[in-house]
Design a protein around this ligand. Structure first.
Ligand code: AP5
Length: 213
């Protein structure tokens, strides 16, 4: 199964992708996570991406497309995948369409998570993440048992540098201008399923399962 998860920053793409991965035995491919890992390892790509990410702007398409092309050639993805944060612009979607065509593969679903802006800002400014296992917490909705510490491995949680209110506002604007048009792109392919992304995490996941039946 090959799925794209679309939605604004904070819509719950990472949270829902982790649930889907467990049940459907496919891999999550998050371009945000890949770029953050490049930054952590101080690669040339990580250095180039840093300024864009900290400002809440998109990393240039050519850099992202080169990065994902390497990932798509990995045999681990043969069983299927869920894309979280890619594609994010029309050139990325066109590039990905071409890649799928060359590999003789098709997408199954494009899931669009819908959440109002005020809720997105509340979610993102309170997000904390485990840098070790990737578990996503929220100080308001889903706090860890001990403040600042991951329940699963005891590692100190991090607050993403792009989760400040000013940067989040820019990320929302960038989503409206550059990523939302992709909904039309995939509507034309008959792949889009709109999901109400508000309410309980498990209830949202159930909505996703229902549309994937
Ligand atoms: P990326 O890492 O992809 O960030 P994003 O798309 O902005 O999405 P987020 O990870 O912020 O949110 P999410 O939807 O995954 O929400 P989550 O589940 O964590 O990208 C970061 C940057 O990298 C970009 O700005 C760009 O610079 C660059 N980049 C990445 N990909 C790129 C590309 N393809 N092209 C160019 N540049 C690229 O949840 C958020 C919070 O809400 C958490 O605290 C969570 O616990 C909480 N939450 C989740 N669900 C609920 C719920 N139902 N109720 C209450 N709280 C909830």
């Amino acid at each position: 199964m090959r799925i794209i998860l679309l939605g604004p920053p904070g819509a719950g793409k990472g949270t829902q992708a982790k649930l889907i991965v467990k049940d459907y035995h496919i891999l999550q491919l998050s371009t945000g996570d890949l770029l953050r890992e490049n930054r952590r390892q101080a690669t040339a790509l990580g250095d180039k991406a840093q300024t864009y990410m900290d400002a809440g702007d998109l990393v240039p398409d050519s850099l992202v497309l080169d990065m994902v092309e390497v990932e798509f050639n990995k045999p681990e993805l043969d069983a299927g995948y869920i894309l979280d944060g890619f594609p994010r612009t029309c050139p990325q979607a066109d590039g990905f369409d071409g890649l799928l065509k060359n590999m003789n593969l098709q997408l199954d679903h494009v899931l669009v998570l819908e959440v109002p802006d005020a809720e997105l800002i509340r979610r993102l400014t309170a997000r904390r993440t485990c840098p070790e296992c990737g578990h996503i917490y929220n100080l308001i909705f889903n706090p860890p048992q001990s403040e600042g510490i991951c329940d699963h491995d005891g590692v100190t949680l991090v607050h993403r540098s792009d989760d400040t209110e000013v940067t989040v506002q820019n990320r929302l604007k960038v989503y409206q201008e550059q990523t939302k048009p992709l909904i039309d792109h995939y509507e034309q392919q008959g792949l889009v399923r709109h999901i109400d992304g508000t309410g309980d995490v498990q209830a949202i996941y159930q909505r996703i399962r229902n549309v994937m039946k």
